[in-house]
Design a protein around this ligand. Structure first.
Ligand SMILES: C[S@@+](CC[C@H](N)C(=O)[O-])C[C@H]1O[C@@H](n2cnc3c(N)ncnc32)[C@H](O)[C@@H]1O
Length: 282
């Protein structure tokens, strides 16, 4: 039973809800062009470090003929994905020792995972399980621009809560989290060095603004709920006194944000994130 990530780094809903937005169908066209996959074929796709399964869920919709497998070593993520993401096989296991034979997959894909696994192992294992000519898609979250609505500014109650939480400086990195992060220049170069050819690098801009004209009301609410659940999970995982009071303050902020949205009173809070997509061929 491994719950390291969901206990200490990011919770189930933090990942699942934010990724459902970043891999929403409205952005598919943007990803489709760069992925360059033949959706008419019965591809076997492996998602490395799939977390609670939101990207795998989108891939299943986008490539209905494909057979998709997701692997992650966090037991809680895999349990959630098995229960909530039909049509995809989820395996609990280590990306450093993939429990698959050589040349089983047409495509390997990952999102925000490369930086946590030693590069020779990360790409070496993907090269091994890919068929000759298979495609590796390494997706990486780069810079983000965030602007908060005034009603979502953190409250004094929450600030006091966070001031009481002990800071474990460097603890996550010592446990491998973000330990192998590569720059925009080094990431594609590393893929080439570890054996991939025809390497390309592209960027997708994912724009999430609840008040934007082209944001559907359900999606606007989903953006606000995703942020709420992320704040609530962060408080829960701090396991510190005063969590209930801080959580009430969080709920009050987001309830107000929803009220303003439904009343049509614009706040223009926004999140722009840049996803780097590095693609290579075995
Ligand atoms: C930032 S999260 C991203 C999860 C998922 N890709 C998403 O975006 O929702 C990194 C994920 O990599 C997983 N992970 C890290 N090292 C791993 C390893 N050696 N084997 C399998 N999974 C690993 C973690 O458990 C976590 O789910």
């Amino acid at each position: 039973m491994n719950e390291f990530w969901s206990e200490n780094v990011q919770g189930v809903m933090t990942l699942y809800l934010s990724r459902r937005l970043r891999f929403h169908d409205r952005f598919f066209e943007r990803y489709r062009k760069t992925f360059g996959l033949d959706g008419t074929r019965e591809l076997r796709i492996l998602e490395i470090g799939c977390g609670p399964g939101a990207l795998a869920e989108s891939l299943h919709r986008w490539y209905p003929k494909a057979r998709i497998t997701g692997i992650d070593r966090d037991s809680r993520f895999i349990a959630f994905a098995r229960e909530n993401v039909p049509g995809v096989e989820f395996v609990e296991g280590d990306a450093a020792r993939l429990p698959f034979g050589d040349a089983e997959f047409d495509v390997t894909v990952s999102y925000t995972v490369q930086e946590h696994i030693e590069p020779a192992v990360f790409w070496g294992e993907q090269l091994r399980v890919l068929k000759p000519g298979g495609i590796c898609l390494c997706l990486s979250a780069r810079k983000a621009l965030r602007c908060t609505a005034p009603c979502l500014e953190i409250t004094e109650i929450e600030k006091e809560f966070w001031d009481r939480v002990p800071q474990a400086d460097g603890w996550l990195e010592r446990n491998g989290v973000g330990a192998y992060r590569l720059s925009e220049a080094k990431l594609p170069a590393a893929m080439e060095r570890y054996g991939f050819s025809d390497v390309t690098a592209d960027y997708a801009l994912i724009h999430l603004t609840p008040d934007a004209k082209d944001t559907a009301p359900e999606m606007a609410e989903a953006m606000i709920e995703a942020a709420r659940q992320s704040d609530l999970e962060a408080i829960r995982s701090a396991r510190s006194a005063g969590g209930e009071r801080a959580a009430s303050a969080v709920n009050a902020r987001y309830d107000e944000r929803l009220r303003l949205l439904r009343a049509g009173i614009k706040q223009w809070d926004t999140e722009l994130s840049v996803t780097m997509i590095v693609r290579g061929r075995k």
